[in-house]
Design a binder for this molecule. Structure first.
Ligand code: ADP
Ligand code: MG
Length: 589
């Protein structure tokens, strides 16, 4: 028999192993994601090479991943028909820190230890192959590269600083090509070796790996069999003669077989022209556990500088609160491997956190973490495109024939967009057309700013608004008199967030938002001469009123803004509006 060579790990691997073996990390199941993605990488490499060298796959073995479990002994085997490893590659890949992701992990670990924070790095990084030791006492990797005639076995144990390599001699264990990992599970982790458990994990983490993943499952079928049934001897019958009757009975035959456990063609890789709305909706409901169809969806691919595919959705159901982080809205994939559904914040601004969907990037590393995302230039570009697409999708709802849809949307998510006016100046142009307000001429219906602008009088320059605590108090405000007379439409800002959002927008299509309750309202009909005359004539009256009111008002002035009411209280040009004051007072209580 060929010799067993003993090798020492590189010092960093030792440190990493020690950390993994002794971690109290509870989310151990990530090991499967890491090992399946390695298998998928190996298949990707082979597939890529076979384009120029078809001989590599001439042995006929398909490109797939097979996972078998032995629950009695607590063993999981993961077999791929990928590129495999030569003896030297085994040493380089599994004895030293070969992957840049793992090196980054160690660096991040060192930094977080120095900073004294525990930031759950294993979960974020996965740490690749060595994740196997989260659940295993011992791991064997038997592998055959097309570059080598021989198959080699690497073996490592959790509590050891060395590993061994030997040639595979058992003819039963020879592979056409590729790699078989055997995990000997720790006693407390033997539960992972249950066929149903593995199936569930594969579905969860690797559903959209583009190679078929088969798991070894027990199956059953029912079968009718004929059985002999003795008939009870009747009285008086001859005792020695037992009558036998034929009877059919249904029995369940059990057997084991490979079962395809993932969808190999994720819906977002398909041509959008070939996917029906029903399919998009089905995928949405399945993926996000929703019962209602979404209001809109958008499926797109971007190429060039940054490559990713995405399907986004606007839900029809309401998200309670902007701070509600329970719903995991964006599922991030890298090269079709599910990475996390906890990175929405990095891919979308907070005020768009209601948008749901999948994003699959070819440019991010598999072990991507929140920290990496936050610093990544690629992610910044992705984010820009995603936000733009989300707005297009919402605009689509607002332009649809069906006005109800946008009403539903506005009711559910209007306040999110208003928040966007405050938080995202860069996208004001996209948010503004989506806003809706009541107005003095809309008869309790919501209108858009475009509708307002269309309805402006030829000589009208500004967009007028008044903020109030209810529609009826807005309607009866004396400030309206002059504007109604001129038939100028006035927006009624009755939601507490309305006024803040228009003041943040400042203008729409080069038309300023003007608060009609503030002094100095210029309706373009000033007659300076006449005003001066009247001001002089009534200056004593004004002084007298100011004296009587004292500190309660700042000034008493003659105004031309009323037509039937004798007087009105206005806010100072640079002061809080009455509505703002009300809001501030409410908040300080
Ligand atoms: P990464 O996948 O980020 O490179 P891993 O720790 O997951 O890091 O894997 C280390 C290396 O081991 C891989 O880069 C690859 O060369 C090799 N490897 C792991 N699993 C397999 C496999 N199933 N088939 C072929 N090579 C593998
Ligand atoms: Mg890996």
């Amino acid at each position: 028999t060929p010799p067993v060579e003993k090798h020492e790990y590189q010092a960093e691997v030792n440190r990493l192993m020690d950390l993994i073996v002794h971690s109290l990390y509870s989310n151990k199941e990530v090991f499967l994601r890491e090992l399946v993605s390695n298998a998928s990488d190996a298949l990707d490499k082979l597939r890529y090479l076979s384009v120029t060298d078809p001989d590599l796959i001439k042995d006929g073995a398909g490109l797939d991943i097979r996972i078998q479990t032995d629950k009695e002994n607590g063993i999981i085997t993961i077999t791929d028909t990928g590129i495999g490893m030569t003896r030297q590659e085994l040493v380089d890949s599994l004895g030293t820190i070969a992957s840049s992701g793992t090196a980054k992990f160690l660096k991040a670990l060192k930094e977080s230890q120095e900073a004294g924070v525990d930031s759950n790095l294993i979960g974020q990084f996965g740490v690749g192959f060595y994740s196997a030791f989260l659940v295993s006492d011992k791991v064997a990797v038997s592998t055959k590269s097309p570059k080598s005639d021989k198959q080699y076995v690497w073996e490592g144990e959790a509590e050891s600083s060395s590993y061994t390599i030997r040639e595979e001699t058992d003819p039963e264990k020879l592979l056409p090509r590729g790699t078989r990992l055997t995990l000997y599970l720790k006693r407390e982790d033997k539960g992972f070796a249950h066929p149903e458990k593995i199936q569930k994990l594969v579905k969860n983490y690797s559903q959209f790996v583009s190679f078929p993943i088969y798991t070894w499952q027990e199956k059953g079928y029912t079968k009718e069999v004929e059985v002999d049934e003795p008939v009870e001897a009747k009285e008086g019958d001859d005792e020695t003669k037992t009558e036998v009757k034929k009877k059919t009975k249904t029995v369940v035959e059990k057997y084991w077989d490979w079962e395809l456990t993932n969808e190999t063609q994720p819906i977002w890789l398909r041509n959008p022209r070939e996917v029906s709305t029903e399919e998009y909706n089905e995928f949405y409901k399945k993926t996000f556990n929703e019962y209602m169809d979404p209001l809109a969806s958008s499926h797109f691919t971007t190429e060039g500088e940054v490559e990713f595919r995405s399907i986004l959705y606007v839900p029809a159901t309401k998200k309670e609160d902007i701070t509600d982080r329970k719903t995991k809205n964006i599922r991030l994939y890298v090269k079709r491997v599910f990475i996390s559904d906890d990175f929405d914040g990095e891919l979308f601004p907070r005020y768009l956190s209601f948008v749901r969907g999948v994003v699959d990037s070819n440019d991010l590393p598999l072990n991507v973490s929140r920290e990496i995302l936050q610093e990544s230039r690629i992610v910044r570009i992705m984010r820009k495109r995603l936000v733009r697409k989300a707005f297009d999708m919402i605009l689509g709802i607002s332009c649809s024939e069906n006005r109800d849809d946008y009403e539903r949307f506005w009711e559910n998510y209007g306040k999110f967009l208003k928040l966007g006016c405050m938080e995202d100046k860069e996208n004001h142009k996209r948010i503004a057309p989506l806003l809706r307000f009541f107005s003095s001429q809309s008869n309790e219906e919501l209108i858009s700013l475009d509708e307002y602008v269309e309805n402006m009088k030829p000589e009208q320059k500004d967009i007028y608004y008044i903020a109030a605590d209810s529609l009826s108090s807005a309607k009866h405000a004396p400030f309206l008199e002059k504007l109604n007379e001129k038939e100028y439409e006035v927006l009624f800002l009755v939601d507490p967030m309305d006024e803040v959002s228009v003041t943040n927008l400042n203008s729409y299509k080069d038309k300023r938002f003007v608060d009609i309750s503030k002094e100095d309202l210029d309706l373009g009909d000033k007659n300076e001469e006449k005003e001066k005359e009247i001001k002089q004539e009534y200056s004593q009256t004004c002084d007298w009123i100011k004296k009587r009111l004292g500190e309660k008002v700042a000034r008493v002035d003659i105004s031309n803004r009323l037509s039937s009411s004798p007087c009105v209280l206005v806010a100072a040009k640079f002061g809080w509006s009455a509505n703002m004051e009300r809001l501030m007072r409410a908040q300080s209580m």
